[in-house]
Write a protein that binds this ligand. Structure first.
Ligand SMILES: [Mn+2]
Length: 417
């Protein structure tokens, strides 16, 4: 940071209506740096002097407010609890901010996320400009904190991986419970409830994203969210769900026959996706890019599409022209961490970045045959996705969610209970 100053705001509170708020979830960057989950707070990292200091501005204790809204950590307890050098009441932040910006060589701040916070920082810069007679200067440079901090978040420590392994175990339990609960005649939302019930029962704070339960043709809708269809005998059910545990996400998809038995066409599609997923996992190691991982999956998918008669023509040309994209229209991987689509640059200097140990990615190939696709009717309305979370290791990768049923026989046994 040189002789600069960095500012990190807590996530704002989002009103839902009148005096009701959306559930509060701390900003991931702020939580990464502080471990503090209360709203109305700012972290200042002041490196202007010889001894860099961290100062947390937070809500002070307030007996009346705490009766309504719950306990607060408070200013006195914060340094020992969170490891910051100093804590002050958040009410004093706006007035104190110009002092921190005086003679800072650079300001490290993520402009362009919340207008109100941008305005507050710009106002403070204006105040410092007005202090020219004091022989002080405003920051000469502004540096986006994302580019620096997100490189740290991209590479997970062993402690972070241990939380992600635990999140994967809870998510696995939830998927297994949903498979066991599934039967023709029940509604998608019953499985959603089962998934979210297990998350909470096992201590996960919340789903890492909206739980997707897509049965029958809904399995071909990538971000199906209504979850209100009654499942019918012969349907496949696609569940994309992962818990968030201690601010780390898991992200898992399993697809299974609601009656416990794949039809021949469902099984053919399923086994193709499974082979593609295994090929992509086998290709994941340091030095390869997410394009390489994607290509490993796509090649197997195309072989399967040709075998099943869903595509015709030359393999090389199909790969070249992307003719498979009507059945596979998304990418195979994204970074995973505190956010489900986690931070970290996918490209460095415009080139796909090579994977490194400690990076966590999803591997989630799929095939989706539309209800009205011009193919053998046995395949219409079949959607299959299989998704696991893997961490890149020095010599390959570790599958954090490998224990969740995945082979045809495991899946059928799990659904039959
Ligand atoms: Mn995913």
């Amino acid at each position: 940071m040189g002789k600069g100053v960095a500012l990190f705001p807590a996530a704002p509170v989002f009103p839902r209506n009148r005096d009701v708020e959306h559930p509060y979830r701390q900003d991931s960057d702020f939580f990464y740096l502080t471990g503090f989950d209360e709203p109305e707070a700012w972290l200042v990292l002041d490196a202007r002097g010889d001894a860099p200091r961290s100062i947390l501005f937070l809500r002070p204790k307030d007996e009346t407010r705490e009766i309504w809204d719950g306990k607060r950590l408070g200013v006195e307890a914060a340094p020992a609890a969170l490891g910051v050098d100093e804590a002050r009441p958040v009410e004093s932040f706006e007035e104190a901010l110009p002092d921190f910006l005086e003679d800072a060589k650079a300001l490290y701040f993520g402009f362009g996320k919340h207008r109100a916070y941008d305005a507050l920082v710009l106002d403070a810069i204006e105040v410092v400009r007005g202090r020219a007679r004091k022989k002080v200067e405003p920051p000469r440079a502004v540096v986006d904190t994302d580019a620096i901090l997100h490189e740290h978040r991209l590479r997970k420590s062993e402690e972070e991986l241990e939380i992600m392994r635990r999140a994967g175990r809870i998510t696995g339990e939830a998927h297994l419970a949903a498979m066991r609960a599934a039967e023709p005649g029940r509604f998608e939302y019953e499985l959603e409830a089962e998934i979210n019930r297990i998350f909470r029962m096992r201590g996960a704070e919340r789903p890492a994203y909206e739980t997707i339960v897509g049965s029958g043709p809904n399995a071909t809708i990538l971000h199906h969210r209504r979850n209100d269809r009654r499942m019918e005998d012969g349907d496949l059910v696609l569940i994309d769900a992962g818990c968030e545990l201690e601010y780390y996400a898991s992200d898992v998809t399993r697809t299974f026959p609601v009656n416990g038995k794949f039809s021949p066409a469902q099984r053919a599609v399923y086994e193709t996706v499974l082979r593609a997923q295994e090929a992509a996992i086998a290709a994941t190691r340091p030095g390869v890019t997410l394009d390489d991982v994607h290509r490993a999956a796509v090649e197997v998918l195309v072989d399967g599409l040709l075998e099943m008669g869903l595509l015709e023509g030359e393999r090389a040309e199909i790969l070249e022209k992307g003719a498979y994209s009507k059945f596979y229209m998304h990418r195979t991987s994204h970074f995973l961490g505190m956010d489900v689509h986690d931070v970290g640059a996918y490209h460095v200097e415009k080139k796909p970045r090579p994977l490194e140990p400690g990076m966590v990615i999803t591997i989630e190939p799929g095939l989706y045959v539309g209800e009205n696709a011009d193919v053998d009717p046995a395949f219409r309305g079949i959607g299959v996705r299989i998704e696991d979370d893997v961490v890149v290791t020095p010599d390959g990768c570790e599958n954090l969610t490998a224990h969740i049923p995945k082979s045809v026989s495991e899946i059928e046994a799990a659904v039959r209970g």
